[in-house]
Design a protein around this ligand. Structure first.
Ligand SMILES: *Cc1c(COP(=O)(O)O)cnc(C)c1O
Length: 373
């Protein structure tokens, strides 16, 4: 499918999501014969020198891209974000207690799953305002004896994003912070001085489904519960350089190409993640400013925690939803329907979405409003 202008459609899916076109083209060119090896990456032994080089390069590029300090391990795993909801407490909780900050569906799921492995305390929740605000860290009820504090740094469904990570020490907590950064990884820098562990599925912002990234501080390894499967024990995965069992080789390769693409991006004098952050902020501003100025559309999230990646919005007259989506599809603007738990629309504008894609969406929304108001 191409649009009347001949370009590929702009895809606003929340995940699996749009990929940089340059990455898809490179993968297509290398599909049958990776760099003269005579093999597709899918056909290589994960223990061979070719894939070893791909994996080491991907890890080095991710470390450089997000300035991951040397005392953090970068693990390539499987099981997705929901898998990590069990794998994190099995590795970090020591069967004791963990604190959870609930800011939307994903953190709520994390808290419930952890209950199977440890006591999972709700330190704060925004459920009473329909997940539209982030409770001020000074109001969080953190425990003295928590093994870790969990939060979701970007709530994909509700469109709520932490603009800065909390300083747990300032709240009187000695626990490491765990962040689920599935849906905004590599869209902005990470302050690693405030993080003990970060995890994310690749399928929102980095690559295909099937790869899970875990970035974990050295001192947090080695405390897994006995029931933890060996393949999900961070110590074992780290000691085996993510090759204890067969890693998701294709996902690592594609994510690696994405890391290279990200490192090459520029905005003025900025490069890499700094450039992406500037571009993402400009994309989000364009869309939110348009929605806020329109009497026809609305976004209900508090201004100081609106996500740059996932923008849920509503037509004030919801009887026009179907017409809006059908017209968008005609215009080459795909997968704008909101999550079923929230309703309305959602535009996911991850790293791979160019500024022009958001401009095309705003142009369409303006025209739809003009012809239907
Ligand atoms: C998509 C998503 C998940 C779920 O990931 P799976 O790979 O489906 O397990 C978890 N957390 C966040 C923030 C997400 O956006």
């Amino acid at each position: 499918m191409t649009t009347p202008s001949g370009r590929r459609p702009y895809n606003f899916s929340a995940g699996p999501a749009a990929m940089p076109e340059a990455v898809l083209q490179r993968a297509a060119a290398e599909m049958l014969d990776w760099q003269g090896s005579g093999m597709s990456v899918m056909e290589m032994s994960h223990r061979g020198k070719e894939f070893g080089a791909i994996c080491a390069q991907a890890e080095a590029d991710f470390r450089a891209l997000l300035a991951v300090p040397e005392h953090f391990h970068i693990l390539f795993m499987q099981g997705g974000g929901l898998g990590e909801n069990a794998i994190v407490p099995m590795n970090l909780s020591r069967g004791n207690k963990a604190d959870f900050v609930i800011t939307g569906s994903w953190s709520a799921k994390s808290q419930k799953e952890a209950q199977r492995y440890c006591q999972s305390n709700i330190a704060a929740s925004n459920a009473d305002n329909q997940h539209t605000q982030i409770p001020a860290p000074s109001t969080w009820q953190v425990s003295d004896d928590a093994s870790y504090v969990h939060l979701c740094s970007n709530e994909t469904i509700h469109g709520v994003e932490f603009q800065a990570l909390p300083d747990l020490a300032a709240l009187g907590s000695k626990a490491p912070l765990v962040i689920d950064f599935s849906s905004h990884v590599a869209s902005r820098p990470v302050d690693w001085t405030r993080v003990g562990l970060a995890f994310g599925g690749a399928q929102k912002n980095l690559g295909p489904a099937g790869l899970t990234l875990v970035i974990v501080r050295d001192d947090l390894l080695g405390h897994a519960l006995d029931i933890c499967p060996s393949a999900f024990n961070y110590r074992i995965v780290a000691d085996n350089k993510s090759m204890y069992n067969t890693p998701p080789t294709w996902g690592i390769y594609i994510a690696g190409l994405t890391f290279q693409w990200l490192r090459q991006q520029t905005e003025g004098a900025l490069t890499g993640v700094a450039a992406m952050e500037q571009r993402n902020a400009a994309k989000a501003r364009l869309l939110y400013d348009f929605i806020d100025a329109s009497p026809f559309y609305e976004n209900r999230v508090a201004h100081d925690c609106r996500s740059r990646m996932n923008v849920p919005f509503f037509l004030k007259n919801e009887s026009r939803n179907e017409a809006f989506l059908a017209g968008a599809r005609e215009a080459g603007l795909l997968q704008l329907k909101g999550h079923k738990s929230v309703g309305g629309m959602r535009a996911s504008i991850y790293n791979a979405m160019p500024f022009e894609g958001v401009q095309a969406l705003v142009d369409y929304m303006r025209e739809f409003e003009r012809s239907h108001a």
